[in-house]
Design a protein around this ligand. Structure first.
Ligand code: DGT
Ligand code: CA
Ligand code: CA
Length: 576
């Protein structure tokens, strides 16, 4: 089946849409649109012309570039440029382009106004009624957007933990209000702070006459009840999150909490330890014959098998049991240890609040310093800064620091790492900053050797402080880049720069196992909010949880340092 003119025309139209969303040169966009229209109206088949060896450049408005793309489509059946654009555009946006009545302009407006990068973000904005207020949108288009996205969301099997968290908090509050209920705790992967959760495992202790099971299955946010018994029920929430509730006896609370916290492989290892000393371990307790010897608290469970308490984030059977036995468990970093944040944006680019507002919010979040790190010019979609605008912001920050009390703004940038590994702004400018955060925002699909080389080269720049969201993954929509992360980590140690744990709900990047590698290599990590608004600091706890899953202690996190301790560490990454 040869490729037909309408297919080629559609491909060119899609390219024009994606280029337009990407703020490409309007002339370039128009060239694709005109070509699409021309091809749509042609009576000769392009594939016949290509096969006959005709010169396509004779067609009006078709130059070298477009002719090449037509030949590619006719001979291979697909268009690599379009595929590349599709890959670097958040899938939510390509999906949205298909919603009747939403052209690239309106899709672009949604992206800018709401700062959405994923289908889940956008669906949430629609559910929360935040789309109808945007100029050019109303309740009708909001509903249509939600409908289209829900089909897409049905295919997403796991929830990023920060997306699940508000639903979890609401449910726990509700259950705690049920008469007779004593304790409500969420176990499972949620308690272990895993980046995504499959379902929620809720445990409750309650008086025998408590109506907690009935109240659970009639909770307002429940869309379906899958099963219901006297001590166990399973429901689906409206957002498709599945929740199990179990009631347990107070005397077995610790054993149940331990069992349902998991992970499964950790449980199996603990059970083996128990077997070795003649104990049976299950969710009802630890038993020697018929006698229960432990189980009221988790501490008693561990103590019975000869171990100190192990934090939930470590329970993945990745050496925590051996470390516990040897008395070498890490003393994990905590949210209160954070003294500052080294990655944030203001309304100068794609953030929503002024420098002053961001500083106040950071201070309210208990921080003593905040680095402002706007995007650089290459990221046009985020209104990235050119040298002139960055210089102006540096002056603004200096002036503002003169007024602020108890919080200091640091001058930084989130500079784009270009395809060849060079940075998007000149060293003469970067060297006047306090820190340089480098990030990949395009060409996520290079082969591993080139992608790795690109990042290593960027780190070797005279001014390079922190590699932001190192894997580039988005939990709902983008796989990690194909890179040799161990190599990047070793290079960070040799270069003396740092890696980021980005706390954004869709990122949680660096990934936990690589955090552990970085720890072993002696590379410090920065737990950063990447806040785009004053609300953004609320994500820091999830970044901390991720750090804990990577076994990090306080001193292994860069921004637990006081400003005075931090400054020389930053300065050492910057050639002046
Ligand atoms: P998820 O829901 O996929 O994010 O991951 P988890 O870890 O929450 O797993 P889930 O919900 O299937 O089970 C909750 C916990 O229950 C799990 O972490 C450990 C425990 N568990 C489940 N099945 C087994 C099992 O077959 N053996 C043992 N020892 N524990 C289990
Ligand atoms: Ca679970
Ligand atoms: Ca479960």
């Amino acid at each position: 089946m040869p490729i037909l003119n309408p297919d080629i025309a559609r491909a060119f139209d899609e390219i024009a849409d994606l280029l337009e969303i990407d703020n490409a040169n309007p002339f370039r966009v128009r060239a694709y649109r005109n070509a699409a229209r021309l091809i749509q109206g042609m009576s000769t088949d392009l594939h016949t012309m290509v096969e006959a060896g005709d010169d396509l450049k004779e067609l009006p408005g078709i130059g070298e570039d477009l002719a090449g793309k037509i030949v590619e489509m006719v001979t291979t059946g697909h268009c690599s440029f379009l595929e590349k654009l599709e890959k670097q555009t958040p899938p939510a946006l390509t999906e949205l382009l298909k919603v009747p009545g939403l052209g690239p302009k309106r899709v672009k407006a949604l992206w800018h106004e709401l700062n959405v990068e994923t289908v889940e973000h956008l669906a949430r904005a629609a559910r929360e009624g935040r789309i109808r207020g945007i100029p050019g949108f109303g309740e009708k288009s909001e509903a249509r957007i939600l409908e289209t996205l829900q089909a897409h969301l049905a295919a997403i099997p796991r929830f990023p933990i920060a997306i699940a968290a508000p639903y979890v908090a609401a449910l726990v509050r509700y259950l705690q209000g049920v008469p007779g209920v004593h304790r409500v705790v969420v176990a499972g992967s949620f308690r272990r702070g895993k980046d995504t959760v499959g379902d929620l495992d809720v445990l409750a202790t309650a008086t025998a006459d408590s109506l907690v099971m009935t109240r659970f299955t009639t909770y307002g946010d429940v869309s379906a009840v899958l099963s219901q018994g006297p001590t166990r029920a399973t429901v689906i929430l409206r957002n498709k999150l599945q929740v199990d509730l179990r009631t347990v006896d107070t005397s077995a609370y610790g054993a149940a909490l331990h069992y349902f916290t998991g992970s499964k492989t950790h449980n199996i290892a603990i059970r083996r330890l128990g077997q070795g000393i003649g104990l049976k371990v299950n969710e009802y307790g630890l038993f020697r014959g018929k006698e229960r010897v432990a189980g009221e608290t988790e501490e008693s469970v561990y103590a019975a098998v000869g171990l100190p308490y192990i934090e939930p984030e470590l329970r993945e059977n990745r050496g925590e049991i051996e470390a516990a036995r040897a008395g070498r468990l890490p003393k994990l970093v905590e949210r209160v240890d954070l003294r500052g944040d080294l990655h944030s944006h203001s309304s100068a680019t794609d953030g929503h609040h002024s420098l002053r507002e961001m500083a106040a919010a950071a201070q309210a979040a208990g921080l003593e310093y905040l680095a402002i790190t706007e995007h650089s010019r290459h990221l046009t979609i985020a209104h990235g800064l050119d040298p002139v605008r960055l210089r102006r912001q540096m002056e603004e920050i200096d002036a503002l620091n003169g007024e602020l009390q108890g919080i200091t703004l640091l001058k930084g940038v989130e500079v784009d790492i270009l395809e060849d590994g060079s940075l998007d702004l000149p060293d003469t400018l970067l060297s006047d900053l306090d820190l340089v955060v480098g990030a990949v925002h395009s060409q996520f699909d290079l082969p591993s050797d080139r992608q790795t080389a690109r990042i290593l080269r960027a780190m070797d720049s005279p001014c390079f402080t922190i590699l932001a969201h190192p894997s580039g993954r988005l939990l709902s929509s983008r796989k990690p880049m194909n890179v040799d992360m161990s190599r990047i980590i070793r290079h960070a140690r040799e270069r003396g720069c740092f890696l980021e744990i980005n706390a954004q709900p869709e990122r949680l990047d660096l990934v936990d196992t690589h955090i552990r590698t970085a720890k072993e290599e002696g590379v410090l990590l920065a737990v950063n909010s990447d806040a785009h608004s004053t609300q953004g600091f609320a994500h820091l706890p999830f970044g901390i949880q991720q750090a804990r899953r990577g076994w990090l202690e306080k001193q292994e996190v860069l921004n637990t340092r006081s400003l005075a301790e931090l400054k020389p560490l930053l300065a050492a990454t910057m050639v002046k």
